[in-house]
Design a protein around this ligand. Structure first.
Ligand SMILES: [Zn+2]
Length: 212
C-alpha cells in the first residue's frame, strides 16, 4: 500500500516521504513545480524617469527578477484569459509602480518600495532586495505590469527555487520529494498546484483516449 509522510513543512519548503509510489509520478510533480506552475512576475516596464546610473534595460530586467507574492487562483495566464487583449485586463495583469528619489544623500532603492495600487495582496516576497543605488538628487519612476507565466518560458516565472527527488536513506522503494518555493506561493500551495497540473494532464490523455 502507498503511504505518504510529511517530514517537514513550512511556508517556504515542504519535504515528503512516500512509500510504494511510482517514481515517475513524483518526478512529474517535481518537474511541474519548476516549469509549469504559473506565478506573477513583472513583464512589462515603462520607465517614466531614470536619472540613476543604471540603464533602463538593466533596471527592467532587475524588476522582472523580483519574486512576487501571487494570490492563489486570482490571475490567469494571458494565453488563457478570455479578454483576448494583447495588453491584458485586470484578470491577467496587474500594475506595479516605483517612484523613488534620493534627497541630499545617496541611498539604495529596495524592493519594498514597489507598490501595487490595484491589489494589496500582490507584493515582493521580500522588502530587502536592492534594485538601484541613487546618488543625491537622482530619481527613478517606473510603471510596470506583472503577468502570470511559467518557469519553462523564463526563469523569472519559476515558482520553485529547489525541487529534488531522492531515494530515502533506508531505501526499500521509499522516496523523498523536497520543494522550496521562491516565496510566490506557500510550499503547500506549490505542491498542490503541481499535483493538480499532473491530474489535469492525465485527464486530458484519458479523455483523448476515450474519444478514440
Ligand atoms: Zn485578460
Amino acid at each position: 500500500m502507498s503511504a505518504v509522510k510529511i517530514k517537514q513543512i513550512s511556508d517556504k519548503d515542504v519535504d515528503i516521504v512516500v512509500e510504494n509510489f511510482d517514481i515517475a509520478y513524483l518526478n512529474s510533480v517535481r518537474r511541474l513545480s519548476l516549469s509549469e506552475v504559473p506565478v506573477l512576475a513583472i513583464d512589462d516596464v515603462v520607465i517614466l524617469e531614470n536619472t540613476s546610473p543604471v540603464y533602463d534595460e538593466v533596471l527592467a530586467h532587475r524588476l522582472g527578477m523580483i519574486p512576487l507574492v501571487t494570490p492563489v487562483d486570482r490571475y490567469s495566464l494571458p494565453s488563457e484569459c478570455d479578454c483576448n487583449n494583447p495588453s491584458g485586463c485586470p484578470k491577467c495583469r496587474v500594475m506595479i509602480v516605483l517612484d523613488a528619489s534620493a534627497g541630499e544623500s545617496p541611498r539604495t532603492v529596495y524592493s519594498g518600495e514597489l507598490i501595487c495600487p490595484e491589489d494589496k495582496d500582490v507584493k515582493p516576497v521580500s522588502d530587502r532586495i536592492p534594485i538601484v543605488k541613487l546618488a543625491p538628487n537622482q530619481k527613478v519612476k517606473v510603471e510596470a505590469y506583472a503577468r502570470m507565466g511559467r518557469g519553462k518560458d523564463h526563469a523569472k516565472w519559476q515558482a520553485a527555487n529547489i525541487a529534488v527527488l531522492l531515494e530515502a536513506k533506508n531505501g526499500k522503494g521509499m522516496y523523498e520529494l523536497k520543494l522550496e518555493t521562491n516565496g510566490s506561493y506557500k510550499a503547500s500551495t506549490l505542491l498542490t498546484k503541481s499535483i493538480q497540473l499532473l491530474q489535469k494532464q492525465i485527464k486530458t490523455i484519458s479523455e483523448a483516449v476515450g474519444e478514440v
